[in-house]
Ligand binder design. Structure first.
Ligand SMILES: *Cc1c(COP(=O)(O)O)cnc(C)c1O
Length: 396
């Protein structure tokens, strides 16, 4: 301890010593229950790739990954080598990690250092990594990606044999899996079906090793709504659904009984009454139509509440939905609490996403009001928002 700096230790403890103004609660037991619920809807031989890119969709990479290590998954999917290295730091060496993005040349050495599986889309990538593995005298596991209509990574499905030939000729690469990615699995069943047919047709051209030896995967969260049990698939890649979020036809997921694990909360910092005709917040976009009681909440776009929720969002206070008044500002939002039976007290909890007193604001609704998707909202909750983890044993 540094005795010369009486404030040193306190300062080092960061923001934990201060009362929370805005925070996210994350229920890791619910994450585990969701995982089991999803797995229960799939045939037992289907391997589970837990997608934890972008800080596990904003839930926190360390805690999420550690919980999933115990819970029984088969592989992690991340965006890049830096995220994969974070998983290696958490421990559990030996976990397979698939890099879902294309690997930059300067990143390639880390594939070897951290024992990672890259996604390859073209013969040039195959040749580059094969040469690198040969130089190092080791064998690198790889997954190939087929573009069946997403127009992003992968070799265009009609040219898949060029990629297969390249990897067949490689001496220091071990083909471990082949996959594709859906562009519109949420709603466009016909197009997803076309993508599935293109994928199956492409992989049927592999004749030099049995497909059973490979991980064959296509399905993300939305994909598994149309998962076909009788095909070559033996793995799925699940992100959003394990966090209990189903922004598309919920009924499709009736089988997988998942529930949200994330809630976003703040507090009332001030309550006051303003006369009719007053404009509220920046830009004068909201004129009070009646004498109104308003509450100021301790969260704004600096915490990840999209500015597009100005005059549109709802927050739960005392279990009732209170409309946002005017623009969302950086650190605060203003809500109308006129219709609450009792004026809220300073310090009262306000729920921005999640359940309170028998009411609930779903992340899916919050995203829709903001004109965006649940994935983006989760990735936009900023670092200022402390993540608090509930870590009970998963039951039921
Ligand atoms: C992010 C991602 C997933 C997971 O998608 P969800 O819709 O969140 O389940 C699966 N595969 C790839 C290639 C991805 O980039």
């Amino acid at each position: 301890m540094d005795t010369h700096d009486p404030f040193g230790s306190k300062r080092m403890s960061g923001i934990e010593q201060f009362p929370r103004r805005c925070w996210a609660e994350i229920d890791l037991a619910a994450l585990e229950r969701n995982l089991k619920a999803i797995q229960a809807t799939l045939p037992p031989h289907i391997r589970y790739i837990a997608v934890v890119k972008a800080d596990a969709y904003g839930h926190g990479m360390h805690q999420t990954v550690a919980r999933l290590m115990q819970a029984g998954i088969d592989m992690y999917g991340v965006a890049n080598v830096a995220e994969a290295a974070t998983i290696r730091e958490i421990g559990g060496n030996g976990w397979s990690i698939l890099i879902l993005g294309a690997t930059l040349r300067e990143e390639a050495q880390f594939l070897f250092e951290y024992d990672l599986i890259p996604t390859l889309s073209c013969p040039e990538e195959v040749a580059f990594l094969d040469a690198m593995a040969r130089e190092r005298g080791c064998v690198l596991k790889v997954h190939l990606k087929i573009d069946t209509g997403m127009g992003r990574l992968g070799i265009w499905h009609e040219r898949a044999p060029e990629l297969f030939d390249a990897v067949k000729a490689a001496t220091h690469l071990q083909l471990n899996g082949i996959y594709t990615h859906f562009a519109h699995a949420e709603t466009d069943i016909a197009f997803t079906d076309l993508q599935r047919r293109r994928f199956m047709s492409a992989i049927s051209q592999i004749d030099w090793l049995p497909l059973d030896d490979l991980m064959i995967h296509a399905d993300n969260s939305a994909g598994i709504t149309s998962f076909t049990h009788d095909s070559a698939y033996n793995a799925v890649r699940i992100g959003l659904l394990q966090f209990g979020i189903t922004p598309y036809a919920k009924s499709l997921f009736a089988k997988a009984q998942t529930s949200p694990i994330f809630s976003f909360k703040t507090r009332v910092s001030l309550v006051k009454t303003l006369p009719a005709g007053t404009d509220v917040s920046y830009g004068r976009t909201c004129t009070l139509q009646r004498e109104s009681r308003i509450a100021i909440l301790c969260a704004g776009y600096g915490d990840g509440i999209p500015r597009s929720l100005s005059n549109k969002g709802l927050a739960l206070i005392s279990g009732q939905k209170c409309p946002y008044l005017g623009r969302v500002t950086m650190d605060q939002i203003i809500v109308d609490v006129t219709d609450l039976p009792h004026a809220p007290a300073i310090g009262d909890e306000a729920c921005l996403i999640g359940a309170q007193g028998g009411s609930e604001i779903l992340l899916e609704e919050f995203s829709e009001w903001a004109g965006t998707i649940s994935w983006e909202i989760l990735c936009s909750i900023t670092k200022r928002v402390t993540r608090i983890y509930k870590t009970s044993i998963a039951t039921g």
